[in-house]
Design a protein around this ligand. Structure first.
Ligand code: SF4
Length: 311
């Protein structure tokens, strides 16, 4: 049976991806449009470290001198405006404030604008505009504080959207679990192992083997196993892994429940990403209706009692 996360999920987001025209050139995009009605299932926490640093809109573009945003925190890099003004102190202070406001609100998921020297995480280079290596100055703090990070561009792809949602739910559910004993760890692993195997088969197999052979578990080991699994859940899957796993779970479902789900296709069948996302959601609903643990999406975000009325 799936696990349930019943509360509304809090998500931080780069304000310019939330529709605020806050970029240095007064641009902004509403990436939440891609979520449609789903956008109202979350509570949003938009932040803009550059505007919070007292920089207006429009403003000069900034760049990082040094290796990356991390080097700004280490003291070897600086934040400089295009006319040469040193903005290091103003930006690091506003990044700290933005982080504090997210942590105070217990937000641990963040949708970031790629390419930004502030909010960028895995890429801080915009097309034809070299701004330094990732992460950005705020991106560094998000990584360091273990946020579940979603590139804003992933919202436009139906399969990537499905991928981050199910990993995010598993991540938040795991964060809430107390793991005090081997039995607790087995329980958590039983729920999440199929998803972890999809993300990284060899790491998950090794981890599963280790967990199965544990003699004892002290508090710090429990914490470190939890952290390893949380980190795995932060890593994206791929369309090809998703297709293969969908078929594997579906085949198991058919065998165990003795019934089919119309429209689920084999891994090599050609279909669009939208069609694949529809199959995944269909399988999720079917699993919820029948109390079947769909290992690819083991945690669902709804109230348990609603389960019986899902169509
Ligand atoms: S990328 Fe971050 S700092 Fe830049 S405008 Fe967007 S929210 Fe503000």
């Amino acid at each position: 049976m799936s696990e349930y996360l019943e509360e509304k999920i809090k998500i931080g987001i780069s304000a310019c991806m939330y529709g605020c025209k806050f970029r240095y050139n007064a641009k902004g995009w509403n990436q939440l449009e891609y979520l449609g009605r789903d956008a109202s299932s979350y509570v949003w926490y938009p932040v803009c470290p550059e505007v919070q640093a007292g920089l207006g809109v429009p403003r000069e573009a900034i760049r990082i001198t040094g290796e990356s945003g991390s080097s700004v925190w280490e003291g070897s890099g600086k934040v400089i405006s295009s006319s040469g003004k040193n903005l290091t102190h103003a930006l690091t202070e506003s990044c700290k404030n933005a982080l504090e406001s997210l942590l105070k609100a217990e937000v641990s998921v963040f949708i970031y604008m790629e390419g930004s020297p502030s909010c960028g995480v895995y890429r801080t280079t915009l097309k034809n505009n070299r701004l330094g290596k990732p992460p950005g100055v705020f991106g560094h703090l998000l990584l360091e504080n273990g946020f579940f990070l979603i590139p804003a561009s992933d919202l436009s792809s139906p399969v990537k959207r499905w991928d981050w949602r199910r990993r995010m739910l598993a991540f938040l559910w795991l964060k809430k679990q107390t793991i005090d004993s081997k039995a607790d760890l087995y329980g958590v692993w039983h729920t999440l192992k199929f998803l972890c195997q999809e993300i990284d088969e060899s790491q998950a197999r090794l981890l599963g083997h280790e967990i199965a052979n544990l003699k004892a578990l002290d508090a710090s080991e429990a914490q470190s196993y939890k952290q390893i699994i949380l980190n795995m859940l932060r890593r994206p899957s791929t369309a090809s892994k998703i297709k293969n796993r969908l078929w594997k779970h579906y085949s198991h479902y058919r065998k165990q429940m003795g019934k089919s789900v119309e429209g689920i296709q084999r891994p090599n069948d050609m279909r669009s990403m939208t069609a694949l996302a529809q199959e995944l959601m269909k399988m999720e609903l079917e699993a919820m209706d029948t109390d079947y643990l769909f290992g690819a999406a083991p945690v669902v975000n709804r109230k348990k009692k609603e389960r019986d009325v899902v169509e």
